[in-house]
Design a protein around this ligand. Structure first.
Ligand code: ATP
Ligand code: MG
Ligand code: MG
Ligand code: MG
Length: 473
């Protein structure tokens, strides 16, 4: 089907509305009353209050499209076909209401029915937790998924250490070997493996255990459903795109960037394409984040914004763009997203102002910083070393505003690593100098959290998981 991203998002919400769900608007990217999260990073993150029982929803069936930021994917952006820093997660949720049979059958109906997404069922693969016999039974007996499209994956258990947890089932779209980055016989070339062929589109979590502080798993009084589908990935399937970026969600940003560049064209060479993708991605993330009230700074959320802006500016430099340019992408983001997220276009002027001042500030030191960085790389290579010195990396950070991660990435492109311990030691010394200079003043908060990435939800932590179900198929 030929559909726009706006229509696809709406179709998802309409489908679940038909199944009795209430549509919740997207919440802000900034978590409310949740000290464990720096950014909202999934649809369920804003609904925790219902899952933990502290608020009872009017309707136990909820669906949403939620703007989300994942900083753990920053370095994937531009390199994989499917990762963004800001993306939209479509979700349907059951708060102690329906469970596995409905969640699985509805997922299949939405994806394959002619009335809805109408994906070719032949292209769909499913992974399940090996011990989740109930989910396996539903897929095989109710959905009638062919056995060779069902893959057991030990990792399919959602566990964030403590609290609600349970097995999940994930749905993959086979884009064909021509899109793969791996050889057909590579051991990672399966749905769930790290490859570009089988695109993970949907994760359906069966939240049925409470992971206790004593590391046991107790059945929850209410079983919940929590799902997440990446809108950009689904749009890439509808629009037959090579990556998420050749879709109506990103192409206007890439076009605008081409026009500002030094005659660079998208889809000409891989290096430039990475730069185009990073700029398009980061322009979205910073526009939304600033629109929701975050500001560039040296710590926490603000540092993420600073890092994204500076990374985008660095890639602009690679494309031969002179002066400030990110600013001009803010209204482009606003226009692409205005149907569901009017807040960016409405605040475009304010957001642009913040981006411009941050951009200009970095532009002042970028040229000199790059020169220092290139000298550093040359001398390191000339001395037959493989690691940039901590002192050099610190000077880039301190004097030229180069985020540590940015220098690291740049060095890695040149086949070099960076001395992180040395950098940390320099940072520590500077803090001590500052403390001494201030005498007994308040404790240092400024650089806190600089190198520690945020606590991202949803990493599998490898506990011994319980049996989910005892019925054999
Ligand atoms: P992947 O394995 O591809 O990194 P994930 O398993 O980390 O994805 P989940 O935490 O299961 O992702 O999130 C649910 C869905 O959200 C995914 O199936 C995917 O469609 C989408 N998604 C996750 N991370 C991103 C991202 N960085 N950019 C775009 N979409 C994403
Ligand atoms: Mg991931
Ligand atoms: Mg995954
Ligand atoms: Mg997943």
């Amino acid at each position: 089907k030929k559909m726009t991203s706006t229509e696809i998002r709406q179709m998802y919400l309409d489908f679940f509305k038909e199944k009795g769900h209430t549509i919740e608007p997207s919440a802000s990217l900034l978590p409310v009353d949740d000290p464990t999260l720096l950014w909202i990073n999934s649809g369920v993150a804003t609904l925790k209050k219902y899952f933990d029982g502290s608020v009872v929803p009017e309707n136990p069936r909820i669906t949403n499209a939620q703007k989300s930021i994942r900083t753990n994917d920053i370095e994937n952006v531009g390199k994989t076909a499917r990762h963004h820093t800001l993306f939209e997660m479509l979700g349907n949720f059951s708060i102690g209401d329906y469970f596995k049979p409905e969640a699985i059958n509805w997922a299949w109906e939405l994806l394959t029915s002619e009335k809805w997404f109408a994906f070719d069922p032949e292209k769909l693969y499913v992974t399940v937790y090996p011990k989740d016999l109930e989910a396996k039974r539903i897929w095989l007996e109710e959905v009638k998924l062919p056995k060779d499209h069902l893959v057991e994956v030990e990792d399919n258990f959602w566990d964030i250490g403590q609290g609600p947890s349970g097995p999940d089932t994930e749905i993959f779209y086979d884009r064909g070997q021509s899109f793969n980055n791996l050889a057909e016989d590579d051991p990672e070339n399966y749905p769930g493996g790290e490859n570009e062929r089988y695109l993970e589109v949907w994760n359906i979590v069966f939240s049925e255990f409470n992971h206790t502080p004593e590391n046991t798993y107790e059945p929850l009084p209410h079983q919940n459903i929590d799902t997440g589908m990446g809108l950009e990935r689904v749009v890439s399937i509808f629009q037959n795109a090579k990556t998420n970026f050749e879709t109506d969600l990103f192409l206007p940003l890439i076009d605008a960037t081409e026009k500002m560049s030094d005659n660079k064209k998208y889809d000409d060479n891989e290096q430039d394409d990475i730069s185009f993708k990073v700029i398009a991605d980061h322009a979205r993330a910073i526009s939304f984040a600033i629109g929701d009230g975050a500001l560039p700074s040296n710590e926490g959320r603000g540092y993420v914004i600073r890092r994204l802006i500076r990374r985008a500016v660095m890639h602009g430099q690679k494309l031969g763009i002179e002066g400030s340019f990110l600013t001009s992408l803010v209204p482009v983001v606003g226009n692409i997203m205005k149907d569901y997220y009017p807040e960016v276009l409405e605040q475009a002027e304010y957001i642009s102002k913040i981006v411009r001042s941050e951009e200009e500030r970095f532009n002042e030191t970028l040229k000199d910083g790059l020169q220092l960085l290139n000298n550093l790389i040359e001398t390191t290579k000339a001395e037959n070393k493989s690691e940039l010195s901590g002192a050099g990396v610190f000077k880039l950070y301190d004097t030229y505003g180069f985020p540590f991660e940015l220098t690291k990435e740049y060095a890695e492109d040149e086949g070099l690593s960076v001395d992180q311990e040395g950098f940390n030691a320099e940072m520590q010394q500077q803090k001590e100098r500052a403390r001494a200079a201030r005498g007994n003043a308040k404790s240092m908060g400024v650089q806190n959290g600089l190198l520690t990435d945020i606590k991202t939800v949803s990493e599998y932590v490898g506990y011994t998981h319980p049996d989910v179900n005892e019925t054999e198929i």
